[in-house]
Write a protein that binds this ligand. Structure first.
Ligand code: PDD
Length: 276
């Protein structure tokens, strides 16, 4: 099992970090999670583009250009002989240096590794329960930053309540999930929060909007309230690992009849078709 670092591909067990590392001490870095279906990366360029946008936003140097990065990730998949469904985790931090808030003058630290990851087949079929929780995060959630404490706390609360995901809301408006984007369908119109600075611009979100446009579904990239969420005909969340995941319950309230919706199912199937 191999990991890719700025120094090349090395055995996973041989990667060590100094305790004074910007990611470890400050969460001073960015990351991506990329799906692999049957050994092939899905939405690879979209993820890499977002990685560069995140890096620019925090004034972090990516030690490679896009072409080298993509070629290296392909090499890593080959070296690990990935043939099944898996996912890649990649992170870049501002490097290893004595702890001081200001930027050190050292090279970035990068690593990427691949892990087996089965599709959540049962949940995709049956739908999942969710809870609502206040969005206490900062204003720049479009940056895929390593600072995930609010997301972790929200997801843990969801788990303890028997739910799959926590849906954030701010001033009564739904923003996104703790690790997903949120969509609702009402009267045959698809709504999702606009790709503003306060949510992550999900790669799956973007693909689903394209699929919806192709199917001539009316799309509104506008905010919607928690009341509109509860009164929706259909609700689903999207992410690299959750794909198009039907939501059948929010805070103990069934979404309509408590079964995955028809439009959700259509988009789910369309998604499977393009990503297989
Ligand atoms: N999470 N919103 C947040 C806060 C996320 O963390 C994610 C992804 C998404 C969906 O983005 P995408 O469609 O590009 O996966 C939305 C990843 C999977 C994670 O942190 O594990």
């Amino acid at each position: 099992n191999y990991v890719w670092t700025q120094n090349g591909i090395i055995a996973k067990d041989s990667l060590f970090y100094p305790f004074e590392e910007r990611g470890l001490q400050f969460g001073d870095g960015i990351y991506e999670v990329i799906r692999i279906y049957q050994g092939n990366y899905d939405l690879l360029e979209a993820h890499i583009d977002r990685l560069y946008r995140s890096a620019e936003a925090i004034r972090l140097q990516v030690p490679f250009n896009k072409e080298t990065l993509i070629a290296s990730l392909q090499k890593l998949a080959e070296k690990n002989a990935v043939e099944t469904d898996a996912k890649l985790y990649l992170q870049i931090t501002r490097g290893s240096a004595p702890r001081e808030h200001t930027f050190p003058n050292v090279p970035s630290n990068l690593y990427a590794y691949i892990e087996q990851s089965a599709r959540p087949a049962a949940q995709l079929q049956q739908g999942v329960r969710t809870i609502l929780t206040e969005d206490i995060r900062w204003d720049l959630c479009y940056i895929k930053s390593l600072n995930l404490l609010p997301n972790i706390l929200a997801k843990q609360t969801a788990k303890e309540k028997g739910a799959y995901e926590a849906i954030f809301h701010k001033n009564g408006q739904v923003t996104e999930g703790s690790s997903s984007n949120v969509f609702i369908v009402k009267d045959n119109v698809l709504y999702t929060h606009p790709a503003a600075q306060n949510i992550l611009h999900g790669c799956v979100r973007n693909r689903v909007l394209n699929l919806a446009a192709e199917s001539a579904l009316e799309i509104q990239e506008t905010t919607f309230s928690t009341q509109q969420l509860l009164a929706a005909d259909e609700v689903f969340i999207t992410s690299t690992t959750s794909e198009v995941m039907p939501v059948i319950e929010v805070d103990g309230n069934c979404i309509r009849n408590g079964k995955p919706g028809v439009i959700t199912r259509k988009l789910q199937l369309a998604y499977e078709k393009v990503s297989e």
